[in-house]
Design a protein around this ligand. Structure first.
Ligand code: FES
Length: 252
């Protein structure tokens, strides 16, 4: 289990003491579907990489070739590098700015820029030899911020289009706000979809299945829902800062 200190509750995890009992609750979701004996293209943005390397492992176990773009804000954000490399055929590390992440294996690449620019640089040969062309991939799975996944969704039809297999399936791991996480109970996690072609409006429970077809997801709706909690998150974080300082609480 990996806990990333993002908000008040996750920051409190750092204060748990060894041996302390913890009750964990989360969306049960659905296992990510991975094809067999094919090629998958995995795109991880920041925290998304904490989940994506497990999907890479599952894909490898099903005899897939795995191309993995691991995007971070800065080089020091990287974690679980060994696990990522153990489950992939080629990794392209990118950072938005600053020092690049040096590649360790001969087939891996390094880039400074966003993940879409990294994909274009790889696919067009700017990063040198292309061990596996992007258009071999039958499935593209993106996990990152809603903005990153929206950018990938659009770029597949624009700047990335010449490099991708036109029949590929694009999947985004949607991070809707949740409450009960018990599948179709509270409806807090509803995500709006618009079906391409018919423009039919559909709502799905994200806690039932986080993996959703990129081209159906209404990302503007997702972004505005995610922002709805922003004020409470900031206030909780400030309150926690105050409590930590007042009571000299220490991380374990
Ligand atoms: S979070 Fe309650 S139904 Fe999905």
């Amino acid at each position: 289990m990996i806990a990333l200190e993002m908000g008040a509750s996750s920051r409190m995890i750092g204060m748990l003491k060894p041996g302390q009992r913890v009750v964990v609750m989360g969306p049960t979701g659905a296992p990510t579907e991975v094809p067999e004996s094919s090629t998958v293209l995995l795109l991880g943005g920041g925290l998304g990489n904490a989940v994506l390397f497990s999907i890479a492992k599952a894909a490898k176990e099903k005899n897939n070739k795995v191309i993995y773009f691991a995007g971070y804000k800065k080089a020091e954000d990287i974690f679980k590098r060994e696990e990522i490399e153990a489950a992939t055929d080629v990794v392209i590390y990118s950072v938005d700015s600053g020092q690049p992440i040096p590649a360790q294996r001969p087939q891996d690449k390094s880039f400074v820029g966003n993940i879409i620019q990294a994909m274009i640089a790889y696919a067009s040969g700017q990063l040198g030899e292309i061990p596996i062309p992007l258009n071999e991939a039958s499935r593209v799975i993106a996990i990152g911020s809603d903005r990153m996944m929206e950018a990938v969704t659009k770029a597949r039809h624009e700047s990335l289009k010449p490099y991708l297999n036109e029949c590929h399936e694009g999947i985004a791991s949607i991070n809707s706000p949740m409450q009960c996480m018990m599948k179709a109970v509270c409806a807090q996690c509803l995500q709006r979809h618009v079906i391409p072609g018919t423009n039919e409006e559909v709502f799905v429970f994200t806690c039932f299945n986080q993996d959703q077809k990129m081209d159906e997801v209404d990302f503007a709706n997702l972004n505005s829902r995610l922002k709805a909690n922003s004020l409470m998150e900031k206030i909780s974080n400030k309150w926690l800062d105050y409590i930590i300082e007042k009571h000299s609480l220490m991380k374990v």
